[in-house]
Design a protein around this ligand. Structure first.
Ligand code: G6P
Length: 491
């Protein structure tokens, strides 16, 4: 019977995330579709075999007119995407407000600056209503696409109520939920006013996944302490109903990067960059311009390094790609100004008429440019204050093997990736500027054999723990969980 049931395993996968892998911009009567930024998209792009995947999410644009909605739906269908339309007020309250000004800082242990705290507390109830409303809209679109046997995989902190709304619509739907951020210690989580409602809604999923065991453990202990439920090695038990909770560390599609390095376009670009950088060491940062990424701390560490090591001045430079994100949220606006100020100061102090120590870009790069940059730089600095996983570190490692000398990964111990790439990386505490400054020195002077050994270790990990393997494991565990639950009810 178990086998029979397993043969019914769904091949269709409905992936639901707030942001679709492509974002739309109006272009006259048509639409310009651009690849969205962020680790979630980067990983999900690697999930293409073994499932017939349909993506459901927001295209990042307000489309009030029916005509526009119809034409965007059509354009997105060609990419396997189905849009959820959110009006401006919902985006403001749900996305800017509850998701990015409440849950995001809380889950990353950052908290809000003093001046935003009271205002955020005051608007939290109405923002939470908008959050639930948005989750309802997502549920309706998922339901309109759903066929019996499909697996529905909900992603991230934007959609914590979605499993409940889906189960309300069809209690037999197979629903998984995955968090791409850290889940904080229950001591932090329990400060959230509507803490119980969110936990209960997530627990209606059949399987809950996190990037690391620590996040899974924090979640289970929040359920124990806040809801009084029993935590077991498998998950959380509520009066005989078990919700499985586990760690599924994500990966990337390494072949996408490795193959890109073989293209003429990337090879040419690498050549140009090497010519441009000739005789100097180059360090790289690639981040969304987000407070969790520790960009100011990274810049201060570089400044301290240049101060302490005059022999390196004009011999090392930092290329910092800072992709704008959530630009309507005040905290992100302040961060942009702060970063610009520090970059200006360092370039003013240590630059010359012919040399600029920090090449700072407020935009994303085309894929071929990014690959070339990864491949032609000596050190990458990933200094997140907290990060669910951080796939820039994986992408960098994937692009390094084409070089004779392997680049060094300096990685925050507060990123999920520190648990998988820790042995090959130089781990740092990004709150400690002096320590980061020391790590820069070690990275720039690291002997070739050590660099090779560290890279070999990381490369093996990145090429074996792929996004596809991550999705396969999660979905097959979700299928098994549902079958086991059905069998339990039969007995
Ligand atoms: C993180 C989140 C994703 C999000 C991405 C980009 O990686 O986990 O859910 O899509 O950031 O942020 P944005 O707000 O632009 O979608």
């Amino acid at each position: 019977q178990l086998q029979q049931q397993q043969q019914r395993v769904a091949q269709r996968l409905l992936v639901v995330a707030n942001r679709l892998p492509v974002s739309a911009i109006r272009d006259g009567d048509g639409w310009d579709l651009k690849l969205s930024a962020g680790g979630l998209v980067s990983a999900l792009l690697g999930v293409k075999q073994n499932f017939e995947t349909r993506w459901i999410g927001w295209a990042g644009v307000n489309v009030p007119d029916e005509e526009g909605r119809a034409s965007l739906t059509e354009a997105l269908a060609l990419k396997g995407c189905v849009p959820v339309f959110l009006d401006e007020d919902t985006v403001d309250q749900y996305y800017n407000g509850y998701c990015n000004n409440v849950l995001w800082p809380l889950f990353h242990y950052i908290g809000l600056p003093q001046e935003d705290r009271l205002a955020a507390t005051r608007s939290m109830d109405s923002q939470f209503n908008a959050y639930k409303h948005a989750n309802q809209l997502f549920a309706q679109v998922v339901f309109s696409q759903y066929q019996e046997g499909d697996v529905v995989w909900c992603h991230d902190y934007h959609l914590m109520c979605l499993p409940k709304f889906l189960k309300d619509l069809d209690s037999h739907m197979k629903v998984g939920w995955f968090l791409h951020t850290p889940f904080p210690s229950s001591e932090i989580y329990r400060t959230l006013p509507l803490r119980s409602e969110l936990l209960k809604a997530v627990l209606t999923a059949d399987l809950i996944g996190f990037h690391t065991y620590d996040y899974a453990r924090h979640f289970v202990s929040a359920c124990t302490r806040i809801l009084g439920l029993e935590g077991t090695p498998e998950g959380v038990e509520d009066h005989g109903k078990l919700t499985r909770v586990s760690a599924f560390p994500i990966g990337i599609d390494p072949d996408r990067f490795i193959q890109a390095l073989e293209t003429d376009q990337v090879k040419l670009h690498i050549k140009e960059l090497r010519r441009f950088f000739a005789g100097r060491k180059v360090m790289l940062g690639v981040d969304r311009l987000d407070m969790i990424k520790g960009i100011p701390q990274k810049l201060l560490a570089f400044e301290m390094f240049l101060e302490k090591h005059p022999e390196w001045q004009e011999n090392v430079l930092l290329v910092q790609i800072a992709v704008p994100t959530r630009t309507d949220v005040p905290e992100y606006q302040r961060l942009t100004s702060q970063v610009h100020e520090i970059v200006g100061r360092i370039n003013g102090r240590f630059g010359s008429v012919t040399f600029v120590p920090i090449h700072h870009l407020d935009r994303s790069l085309a894929f071929h440019e990014l690959c070339a940059l990864y491949a032609s730089t000596d050190v990458v600095l990933v200094t997140s204050l907290r990060d669910g996983m951080n796939l820039v570190s994986y992408e960098y490692v994937a692009c390094q093997n084409s070089k004779k000398t392997e680049g060094v990964l300096v990685l925050s111990e507060f990123s999920g990736a520190a648990q998988s790439l820790g042995a090959g990386a130089l781990l740092v505490n990004p709150w400690n500027i002096r320590e980061m400054c020391g790590a820069i020195e070690v990275a720039l002077n690291m002997p070739e054999n050590e660099r090779k050994e560290r890279q070999r270790h990381n490369f093996t990990h990145v090429t074996t723990h792929t996004a596809q393997a991550w999705a396969d494991t999660f979905v097959s565990e979700l299928n098994d969980t549902v079958v086991e639950a059905e069998l339990r009810t039969l007995h």
